[in-house]
Design a protein around this ligand. Structure first.
Ligand SMILES: Cc1cc2nc3c(=O)[nH]c(=O)nc-3n(C[C@H](O)[C@H](O)[C@H](O)COP(=O)(O)O)c2cc1C
Length: 156
């Protein structure tokens, strides 16, 4: 009934998103127990790796140094420990996908780290939201995660 939402947050936007999507999931679950609860799990530079044993989702903001997102190199900064954490998961098929937070002012680099993680780990890029995400984005993303979760539970 609980889906972990693994995230990293440097300036607090994704932390706020995680808190609000968790609150929304709790009220949805109270109305209808078939709705899953989302549990935010913040990854830090010094987090020790715990192997996930149930379906989970990942939220990553984008911080890049250099590049333009099209034809020149870009370097992920500040968020690498989430990538390392995912790298250390032995069964990544449990990951339902990657969600990105970014700022559209960055044009072609908008949410690029989430897209790069999706490619690197061969996982679906599920959704993006700007900065902390608004109520509508949070509800849409929650319903998408709930659907995916219900699908996984039909199969297994
Ligand atoms: C130095 C810096 C670089 C950033 N680079 C990008 C970028 O390349 N693409 C993008 O979509 N957002 C970029 N952003 C915006 C952040 O990804 C966005 O504010 C995000 O919500 C931050 O999440 P956090 O507050 O949880 O760390 C950048 C922000 C900063 C401060």
């Amino acid at each position: 009934m609980t889906i972990n939402l693994l995230y990293i947050s440097i300036s607090g936007n994704v932390r706020s998103f995680a808190k609000r999507i968790q609150q929304l999931s709790e009220s949805k679950h109270q109305e209808n127990p078939s709705f899953p609860i989302i549990q935010g799990k913040e990854i830090h530079d010094n987090s020790s790796v715990v192997q996930e044993t149930e379906p989970y989702v990942v939220v990553v903001p984008t911080y890049l140094e250099g590049g333009n997102g099209i034809d020149s190199g870009d370097q992920e900064i500040l968020t690498e420990s989430l990538g390392d954490y995912l790298d250390d998961q032995t069964d990544r098929t449990l990951c339902l996908g990657i969600i990105g937070s970014g700022n559209k002012n960055f044009a072609h680099q908008y949410c690029l780290t989430a897209k790069q993680y999706a490619k690197r780990f061969n996982l679906p890029f599920l959704a993006d939201f700007e900065l902390r995400g608004n109520a509508k984005e949070i509800e849409t993303i929650y319903l998408m995660i709930a659907d995916l979760w219900q699908e996984t539970h039909k199969i297994n």
